[in-house]
Unconditional design. Structure first.
Length: 289
């Protein structure tokens, strides 16, 4: 129990939150960690009135303990042989993918695995999966590390859009080159490179000025809805806004590139059965998009 508690405290950054999750009193949780530190002869956590952080020794220990617990969970899962998933799965995703894709499928997935707890980590910046204790992360764009353990989730079509209020004030571009004279919002995976448009054999790449840069796609789309400029995002993210007229697709005769998506598992260790099961379910659900 002490090892699982240590992992929960490390991830939660709070004794009270971890104790509550494990149905322990806070004094009991604190005592268990103190005993563990005494046994190891090392301080694992630095406690302050506002937070709990890992020491260097604690960070190293966390990686080893997490791997050991994952292996134990997999062994127990194999011995039970029932297909029932238990424990907790930590899923990292951008806010827009989490809200529009993952959350809608979670009710049925969790109903199928009623003993499984899901922790959804909303993060638009890329994490160190092992350090953050993430079991599976949904990533868009080219993978930086080709050695990572990844499963393709398909490709997502990008398109350029703007709000009617913006177009009324600034006009509508007729060609890709016109985009450079407009106000643009750089957000999400499409923010890090030029915008490439294709029409038959013709291809044009423009470098938007980026009057507004935002790390998350969802906030970028909200900024576009507010009339702050044009944005490039996936069709799945824009679909509802296009359908109800809140946004207008621009340069519809031009196609934009597709962006890759992957489910990424921590390297150097076997993926949790629950993580694999979730990705299988997600992959099947994405066929409807």
């Amino acid at each position: 129990m002490a090892l699982r508690l240590f992992v929960r405290v490390a991830h939660a950054g709070s004794f009270s939150r971890a104790a509550k999750e494990m149905k322990l009193s806070q004094p009991t949780a604190s005592r268990l960690i103190s005993v563990l530190e005494e046994q190891l002869g090392a301080t694992l956590l630095v406690r302050t009135t506002r937070s709990v952080t890992l020491t260097d020794a604690g960070r190293d220990y966390l990686g080893s303990v997490q791997t050991a617990l994952d292996t134990l969970d997999q062994a127990e899962h194999a011995v039970r042989g029932t297909g029932e998933l238990r424990g907790r799965i930590r899923i990292a995703s951008s806010s827009i993918f989490a809200s529009r894709v993952i959350v809608p499928i979670l009710p049925e997935f969790m109903a199928l695995h009623s003993s499984l707890k899901v922790e959804l980590i909303i993060e638009d910046q890329r994490q160190d999966l092992i350090a953050e204790g993430v079991d599976v992360a949904i990533r868009f764009g080219k993978l930086a590390d080709s050695a990572s353990i990844a499963r393709s989730l398909g490709r997502w079509r990008l398109m350029l859009a703007a709000a009617p209020s913006y177009l009324e004030k600034h006009g509508t571009p007729d060609t890709p080159d016109d985009v450079t004279s407009h106000r643009t919002i750089l957000a999400g995976p499409a923010a890090n490179s030029g915008w490439t448009f294709s029409r038959g054999e013709e291809q044009v790449t423009v470098r938007p000025a980026g009057d507004l840069s935002i790390s998350g796609s969802e906030v970028g789309i909200n900024a576009c809805l507010a009339g702050l400029g044009m944005v490039v995002a996936s069709y799945s993210s824009l679909r509802d806004h296009l359908a109800n007229g809140e946004l207008v697709r621009l340069l519809p005769e031009w196609e934009m590139a597709e962006i890759e998506s992957h489910a990424l598992f921590p390297s150097g260790q076997a993926a949790k059965p629950a993580a694999r099961a979730f990705v299988d379910y997600l992959h099947q659900s994405l066929k409807n998009y």
